[in-house]
Design a protein around this ligand. Structure first.
Ligand code: F6R
Length: 604
């Protein structure tokens, strides 16, 4: 995820910007850059890859008196990770860094190009600096030009802009992407997109609210609200704990990662859909030529997301799809035919068993695709083609946002293939796309929901086991819910198809058997309900998750009413993640680093 830093003061500006960016490294990035205005002169440096590359480029650059500077780590969304696309972006005499998405950038860019502006990058960000410089020509002050620019932007942003027209100020604006400013007794001003870079530099910080914009110079911090009214900063004391700063105020990385699923899914979608079609620029048009079957291979949570793909691909793309656990597939001498597209799924891109299956597929000449979260990982380098999930760095050992983005990709892929195979009408594809756009909202954690789960969790700390049950695509979600619970609570849990319980496991039913029932309103509701009733009749303790009240349940977690089962899927995913988290917390376990587990399993 992108990171922003900014500084005004008399200290070593270059070092402050670089060390601030270092604090944001853990969020993941693929290029970085800084711009410094000192003695009337701008100097800007950018480098792709890790920060050491930027450090190397700036090693002879000295900033030893008053300067203003901005810096950025970029995680590519609009345009590839190249030096030209890295921030800061420049016009004739100004530089800008930006986190978020300018949704109306294409329209603004068109207007600016018509005015004769030349764009250097493929980013949405570059329009900000050109629009600002255009406005400069018709306004009396640089800040007026900035305010006018902000009013034209649609979308989400945290922006810092510096300009020769106002040599001692940094202009800022925030809407939907986090940003804060800190100050200290030496009157220095520090900006960042999260707390970590400010720790040790300032004690007092102001967190900007959506709609805030303004400017700082060495003497003042001026903020306007969304209505253009001047407002006072609200300074709070900054905790001096770096690790907790990286957690952005959450108790655990896993919790933070559950909460940020809406944002990362928005990144997953970015540039990949319009109202009528799904666009995967990374896929060659000929990828599906001659393909009659898709084989998916993965481990753990990634295997569960792959299982969900089998439902979506067969239902929407009408293509035969199967899924295999990588460690099994490796040794069972599988038949691999050339009309199969071989797809591996991995958060890390390094899992030994999955990597090995990819090698097997390549060896026999199958077309290969990897769905992965880590660019340049072994699988990404090996596969013919790659779709990056853009979940950002996942620190919690128990995977959450990686799963969410994988399923999002699979839903989009099912429509992408459907477009090519004419298996869904254009109207239905458009309808599904509008549903996909609603995923980020469906995974937003509501305080009331989290509170309810926190309260309920105390009733699920014992018993002789859990069954998570669901039908259809809610079966992989049940498997994933059970895996989450096992991993961090160390309680025994199984995922099971609801309709299969009566073929054996129902023998276990008694009050000490906890059933977590996934009851989507829009998919096989009556059938799933009957299965839960069978368990309830045998006195199993039932916790039902549904949009519809269910009186046979001992506990009920109500989700929102959605238009479609897939949006119910995403909200229920959040529920089972939070339930595991809260049970684990109550049991006093290490949520982020559960016993016996590693984040990346590079041994077989
Ligand atoms: C579960 C979990 C693991 C991984 C599995 C595969 O929370 O994280 O089950 O999903 O080890 O890892 P990747 O996706 O990196 O191949």
């Amino acid at each position: 995820m992108c990171g922003i830093v900014g500084y005004i003061g008399n200290k070593n500006t270059k070092e402050i910007l670089l060390s601030g960016l270092k604090e944001l490294e853990y969020r993941g990035y693929d290029s970085a850059g800084i711009a410094v205005l000192q003695n009337d002169n701008f100097q800007s440096y950018k480098a792709i890859g890790k920060l050491v590359n930027l450090e190397e480029k700036t090693k002879n650059f000295i900033t030893d008196n008053f300067a203003i500077g901005i810096g950025h780590t970029r995680w590519a969304t609009h345009g590839k990770p190249t030096e030209l696309n890295a921030h800061p972006h420049t016009g004739e005499s100004s530089y800008v860094v930006h986190n978020g998405i300018i949704e109306n950038y294409a329209k603004l860019k068109k207007e600016l190009i018509a005015d004769g502006v030349r764009f250097l990058s493929q980013t949405d960000t570059e329009v900000i600096v050109h629009q600002f410089e255009k406005n400069l020509k018709s306004t009396s002050t640089a800040f007026d030009a900035f305010s006018k620019t902000i009013k034209k932007l649609e979308g989400t942003y945290a922006i810092l802009l510096v300009t020769k027209s106002e040599k001692e100020s940094i202009f800022f604006a925030k809407h939907g992407s986090p940003m804060l400013v800190g100050t200290n007794s030496e009157n220095e001003k520090y900006f960042a997109s999260s707390d970590a870079p400010l720790i040790g530099q300032c004690n007092d910080v102001n967190y900007f609210e959506d709609g805030d914009y303004g400017y700082v110079n060495i003497d003042e911090l001026t903020i306007f609200d969304i209505n253009g009214e001047k407002k006072e900063p609200i300074f709070t004391k900054l905790s001096q704990n770096k690790l907790s700063a990286q957690k952005d105020g959450f108790r655990f990385f896993m919790e933070k990662e559950i909460y940020e699923q809406g944002d990362v899914i928005a990144d997953t979608l970015m540039g990949r859909l319009n109202d009528k079609e799904i666009i995967f620029d990374e896929l060659d048009d000929s990828l599906f030529d001659g393909i009659n079957e898709i084989k998916l291979c993965a481990c753990g949570t990634s295997y569960h997301s792959a299982l969900s793909a089998t439902y979506l691909f067969e239902r929407y793309a009408k293509i035969k799809t199967s899924v295999e656990i990588a460690s099994e597939f490796r040794y069972r001498k599988p038949i691999m035919s050339k009309d199969t597209l071989f797809v591996v799924i991995s958060q890390s891109g390094e899992t030994a068993d999955t990597l090995e299956t990819l090698k097997m597929a390549k060896k026999v000449g199958l077309k290969t695709l990897v769905i992965c979260n880590v660019d340049n990982s072994s699988m990404v380098r090996l596969a013919d083609t790659c779709i990056l999930t853009r979940a950002g760095v996942e620190k919690g050992v128990a995977s959450t946002k990686a799963f969410a983005t994988q399923v999002t990709i699979f839903w989009m892929m099912s429509l992408y293939i459907a477009q090519r195979r004419d298996s869904l009408g254009t109207k239905e594809i458009s309808r599904q796309i509008s549903l996909i756009r609603a995923i980020p909202t469906s995974v937003k954690v509501k305080d009331s929901l989290h509170e309810r789960i926190k309260r309920l969790s105390k009733r699920y700390l014992h018993g002789h086991g859990f069954f998570f049950i669901g039908r259809d695509i809610f079966f992989p979600l049940a498997l994933e819910g059970a895996l989450k619970l096992k991993e961090i609570s160390y309680l025994h849990a199984e995922g099971y198809p609801s309709g299969e319980m009566k073929h054996g496991p129902i023998a276990l039913a008694d009050p000490e058997l906890f059933t977590i029932a996934l009851l989507p309103q829009h998919l096989l509701y009556e059938k799933s309900k009957s299965n839960v009733e069978e368990l309830s009749a045998r006195d199993s303790t039932i916790c039902a998750i549904s949009a519809l009240e269910f009186d046979k349940a001992d506990d009920f977690i109500k989700i929102s009413s959605h238009q479609d089962y897939m949006l119910e899927f995403f909200e229920m995913m959040v529920v089972v993640q939070l339930l595991s988290l809260e049970i684990s917390v109550r049991l006093g376990n290490d949520v982020d680093m559960p016993r016996n587990l590693a984040k990346s399993v590079t041994v077989e």
